[in-house]
Unconditional design. Structure first.
Length: 168
């Protein structure tokens, strides 16, 4: 069994006509995601992999998640970058399943479309992730479209509230 947590990057600076790859998180986005990452760490134990898109806003989001988990190693993969397709992401996940819990940090619309296809809910897509939102998919065997089970989905606010709470 493989569990895959999917997280959209936090609030980033406005688009720059010169390039989208280097947009950093806003101070508000960092603060909110720091609390959300703590909430994520409270509900999802022991990730074996943390992988982000190489775009700065996703890397910075993943770094905050790594800190909440006490420094889990962060990897980057272009398969999580904007413009990739769900089939490529599914193939990547299928070939990188060492361990049992994986966290993926990326962008819309690829994340929402991919999660919807994994749940066999593609027309219309079931998921549209707000910035800083997360869900957990569970694959009973080798990851394939239509085989995942949704274990939970949290809005950014719900994750922050979990991060702020004294107990679970």
């Amino acid at each position: 069994m493989l569990q895959v947590a999917v997280v959209r990057h936090a609030i980033a600076e406005d688009r720059d006509p010169g390039g989208d790859a280097t947009r950093p998180l806003t101070p508000e986005g960092r603060a909110k995601m720091r609390r959300g990452a703590i909430g994520l760490a409270r509900i999802l134990r022991g990730p074996t992999r943390l992988v982000s898109s190489p775009l700065l806003r996703a890397v910075q989001t993943a770094e905050l998640i790594a800190q909440a988990y006490g420094g889990v190693t962060l990897e980057q993969s272009s398969v999580l970058a904007p413009g990739t397709c769900g089939e490529d992401l599914l193939e990547w996940v299928s070939t990188h399943t060492a361990g049992t819990v994986m966290i993926l940090v990326g962008h819309e619309p690829i994340l929402g479309l991919w999660v919807s296809a994994c749940l066999d809910r593609t027309d219309p897509p079931m998921f549209i992730f707000k910035k800083g939102a997360a869900c957990l998919l569970e694959f009973p065997a080798m990851p394939a479209f239509g085989t995942a089970v949704l274990r939970w989905a949290y809005t950014p606010r719900q994750l922050r509230e979990l991060g702020d709470s004294e107990t679970l």
